[in-house]
Design a protein around this ligand. Structure first.
Ligand SMILES: *[C@@H]1O[C@H](CO)[C@@H](O)[C@H](O)[C@H]1NC(C)=O
Ligand SMILES: *[C@@H]1O[C@H](CO)[C@@H](O)[C@H](O)[C@H]1NC(C)=O
Ligand SMILES: *[C@@H]1O[C@H](CO)[C@@H](O)[C@H](O)[C@H]1NC(C)=O
Length: 459
C-alpha cells in the first residue's frame, strides 16, 4: 500500500499513492459519514472499486447480528455501484433523493464494480479482463480479503451475496471461492447465504422458456415459436459440444428473432414493449458489440424517462457529481471499459452454473432464489426448469410442499409466494419484471429482511 496518505477535510478523503512496476498511481480511498469506498488492486494493474454503506437503521440484538449485503450486478459489465445502488436498493435514487425502500433498512450494503473493467473498476492492460466466472470469483475473493480482514466490526456481520441477472453466476462461484478461502484461514468473514435474483444460472433453460411463454401470451405465433425453438435447439447442441462462444452468438440471434416476431417485446418485462428502436435494424453481429449490456444498463433510466420521471441520467451522474465526490482518478470513465468486459466473457456467458448451486446446497449454505413474474430474459419458467435439474437430496421434498402467499401492506393483494425446504428457499414475486426491487420494493424489502434474519423491525 501507499507510503503516505493525505487526509482532506471535510470529506475525509485519503489520497494514497500506490507504487507498482515503477508507475505511481493516485488511487481514491475515502470516507464520508457512514460511507467508505476505495480501490483494491486485485491483480497488478487490475483495480476493483467498492463502496460500503453502514446502515443508519442498525439495531443491536445479541441473538441476531446485523447483516451485510454484497450486491452483484449482471451484464456482464453492468455497474452495481451505479445501477444497483442508485436505481434499485441504495440510499439515494438517481435524482439523489432518499429512497424510502432502501435495503439499508435491513442491512449494511457493499457495492462492488465487478468484474474489473466494470463501472469505476478498470484495468491498465486489456489482457487483464476476466474470461471466466471463476476468474471473477478469485478477484472478488481478493477484494473481500482486503475489505474484511482488517475490520473486526465488519466480520461480525454475516455476508449475504445478492445477485441480479448475470450476477447470479458470479455469486455462486464467489460463494464457493470465499468458503475455500475461509476454510484456509485467508478470509475472515461469515457467509450468511446467497440470493439469486432473476439469475442467468442456466442459459439453456431460459432460451427454451422464451418461445412457449411468449406463445401462451399471444406475443408469438406458431411460426415465431418454431423459429425460436429451433434456435434454442441449436444453442443446446452448442453448449453440449462446448462451443460456448458460438452459443453466445446464437443467443443474440435468438433475441433478434424474438424481437422481430413479437414486434419487440421487452426482455425485462414481457407486458411492455422494448421502447428503443435500436434492436429493429440490428444484425446479430452488431448485437455482439455489447448492445445487450447497454440495454440492460439503461433499462431503468429509460423507464424513468418514459414515465415522465426526473432526468436522472446515470451516465452523467456517475461521471459527474458522484465521480467528483468519490475523487475517482480523472482518466477513469465510469462504464468506459464495460463493452470489453462483456466481450471477454463471451466464452463463459452460456455456461451453466447449476452444479455450483448443488455444491452450495450440500455444504449447507442458505440459497434463496427469487424471480419476478413478468421477467422474460430470466423467466420464472426457466428458473423452475433448472431448479428441477438439481441433484440435491432435498429436491423432491422441496418440489412437493405447498407455497405460502406473501402480502405487503394491503392484505387484499397477493404480492407473491414463497416456500422453503432445509436451506433452499424460493420467492415468486408477482407484478415484477427483471428488476424486482425496483418493481416491487415493499415485498422485496420484506424478503431481504427475512432471508438475512435482520433484527430490524418488519415493515
Ligand atoms: C414509504 O413511503 C410511503 C409513503 O410515504 C409509506 O406509506 C411507506 O410506509 C414507506 N415505506 C417504508 C418501507 O417505510
Ligand atoms: C490513468 O492514469 C494512470 C497514471 O498515468 C495510469 O496508470 C492508468 O492506467 C490510467 N487509467 C486508465 C483507465 O487509463
Ligand atoms: C439459514 O436460514 C435459516 C432461516 O431462514 C436460519 O434459521 C439458518 O440458521 C440459516 N443457516 C445458515 C447455515 O446460515
Amino acid at each position: 500500500m501507499g507510503k503516505w496518505c493525505v487526509i482532506v477535510f471535510p470529506l475525509l478523503l485519503f489520497l494514497c499513492p500506490l507504487f507498482h512496476g515503477g508507475i505511481s498511481t493516485v488511487v481514491a480511498r475515502g470516507q464520508e459519514g457512514s460511507e467508505e469506498w476505495g480501490y483494491v488492486e486485485v491483480r497488478p494493474k487490475a483495480h476493483m472499486f467498492w463502496w460500503l454503506y453502514r446502515s443508519p437503521y442498525r439495531v443491536e440484538d445479541p441473538s441476531k447480528p446485523w447483516p451485510i449485503i454484497l450486491w452483484l450486478q449482471g451484464g456482464p459489465g453492468a455497474s452495481g455501484v451505479g445501477i444497483g445502488n442508485f436505481e434499485e436498493v441504495g440510499p439515494l435514487d438517481a435524482d439523489l433523493k432518499p429512497r424510502n425502500s432502501t435495503w439499508l433498512r435491513k442491512a449494511d450494503l457493499l457495492f462492488v464494480d465487478n468484474p474489473v473493467g466494470t463501472g469505476y473498476s478498470f484495468v491498465e492492460d486489456e489482457k487483464l479482463y476476466v474470461k471466466t466466472d471463476e476468474e471473477a470469483a478469485t478477484d472478488l475473493t481478493t477484494l473481500l480479503e482486503k475489505v474484511f480482514n482488517r475490520n473486526e466490526n465488519l466480520q461480525k456481520s454475516p455476508l449475504h451475496i445478492v445477485a441480479e441477472s448475470y450476477g447470479g453466476k458470479y455469486a455462486v462461484t464467489l460463494a464457493l471461492s470465499a468458503l475455500k478461502a475461509i476454510e484456509a484461514g485467508k478470509l475472515k468473514l461469515k457467509l450468511g447465504g446467497v440470493l439469486l435474483g432473476d439469475s442467468w444460472i442456466s442459459p439453456e433453460d431460459y432460451v427454451f422458456a422464451w418461445g412457449p411463454l411468449l406463445k401462451d401470451l399471444s406475443r408469438l405465433d406458431n411460426n415465431g415459436l418454431l423459429q425460436s425453438n429451433s434456435l434454442a435447439q441449436k444453442i443446446k447442441q452448442q453448449i453440449e459440444q462446448g462451443q460456448y462462444a458460438g452459443a453466445t452468438t446464437s443467443w443474440m440471434e435468438l433475441e433478434s428473432v424474438i424481437g422481430s416476431n413479437s414486434d419487440h417485446v421487452d426482455f425485462y418485462n414481457f407486458l411492455l414493449d422494448s421502447g428503443s428502436s435500436d434492436a429493429v435494424s440490428m444484425t446479430a453481429i452488431e448485437l455482439k458489440k455489447g448492445i445487450a449490456v447497454k440495454r440492460y444498463s439503461r433499462y431503468l433510466s429509460s423507464l424513468r424517462s418514459s414515465a415522465g420521471g426526473g432526468g436522472g441520467d446515470l451516465d452523467s451522474l456517475l461521471n459527474g457529481a458522484i465521480k467528483e465526490k468519490l475523487k475517482i482518478p480523472d482518466n477513469v470513465t465510469w462504464g468506459g471499459q464495460s463493452d470489453s468486459v462483456f466481450d471477454s466473457l463471451a466464452g463463459d456467458f452460456m455456461k451453466p452454473r447449476i452444479s455450483e448451486v448443488d455444491e452450495l446446497l450440500v455444504k449447507g449454505v442458505n440459497v434463496t432464489v427469487y424471480n419476478g413474474q413478468l421477467d422474460l430474459i430470466c423467466a420464472t419458467k426457466g428458473t423452475e426448469a433448472w431448479i428441477e435439474k438439481l441433484k440435491w437430496e432435498g429436491l423432491q421434498k422441496f418440489l412437493s410442499i405447498d407455497r405460502t402467499p406473501l402480502y405487503c401492506g394491503d392484505k387484499e393483494r397477493t404480492k407473491g409466494f414463497t416456500k422453503s425446504y432445509k436451506n433452499l428457499h424460493f420467492y415468486w414475486i408477482l407484478g415484477a419484471g427483471h428488476f424486482v426491487p425496483n418493481d416491487q420494493p415493499c415485498v422485496a424489502l420484506n424478503m431481504v429482511g427475512a432471508i438475512t434474519q435482520s433484527p430490524a423491525p418488519s415493515t
